[in-house]
Write a protein that binds this ligand. Structure first.
Ligand code: FE
Length: 217
């Protein structure tokens, strides 16, 4: 089940928001144009995500459209850590503020849009935000980075199997590697726990997808 999720032709975006002095951003694959006139965009976000709180409070967000020039460090910076723990924009030069005061990325992107939220729909684990585009810019002519392009050409390839004399399981979504020798301390999984013995509700510590998206390396 759910294997078809890998067949959707997702694009990838950096979603950014700002509440007071606090900026944050994350990686999403859920931004879509929904109407032309007015120009409206929808976007879905997990409620556990810190950016979700900022957008709920401010009803504003920016999307930066990732291009094929994007590098993996954009994913590690904005995707693989939480804005609750770190300031993701610290020491980051490749961004500017749009008219609404929010950041957008100027490198590894081909466009940006600023959105004012007009509706929210509660979808259980996620909220769908629908809003009007208030500002838009083309930033480069590089093609958009699709989810498939990310998987094939941006995400580092797994380590050589022969060089690794232990069972590793890799998240098919974000590339996180579960190493039983380390366990998952943040998820209360002690070192030495084989992947097969992880609780059924265990989720990837980075992207929060379940065990079913992991593949043995
Ligand atoms: Fe993951």
């Amino acid at each position: 089940m759910k294997e078809v999720i890998f067949k959707f032709s997702y694009g990838l975006f950096v979603l950014s928001a700002k509440d007071g002095e606090k900026d944050n951003a994350c990686i999403i694959n859920t931004a879509i144009q929904v109407t032309d006139t007015p120009f409206q965009v929808s976007m879905c976000l997990n409620k556990n995500n810190y950016t979700h709180d900022l957008i709920m409070n401010t009803k504003k967000f920016n999307i930066s459209f990732l291009s094929e020039e994007v590098t993996f460090d954009v994913f590690t910076r904005f995707g693989f850590q939480s804005g609750r723990d770190v300031n993701k924009f610290e020491d980051f030069a490749d961004c500017e503020r749009s008219e609404n005061g929010l950041y957008y990325l100027t490198k590894g992107t081909n466009a940006m849009a600023s959105i004012d939220v007009k509706q929210t729909i509660d979808l259980g684990t996620h909220t769908m935000f629908i809003g009007e585009v208030t500002e838009e810019k083309i930033l480069s002519e590089s093609p958009s980075c699709t989810y498939t392009y990310y998987q094939n050409s941006v995400k580092p390839k797994p380590q050589n199997k022969a060089a690794v004399d232990k069972k590793l399981w890799v998240c098919g979504i974000c590339g996180y590697v579960y190493d039983m020798e380390k366990g998952d301390p943040k998820g209360n999984i002690p070192a030495g726990t084989p992947f097969e013995k992880l609780p059924e509700d265990w989720v990837c510590p980075l992207c929060k997808h379940g065990k079913d998206v992991f593949e043995e390396q």
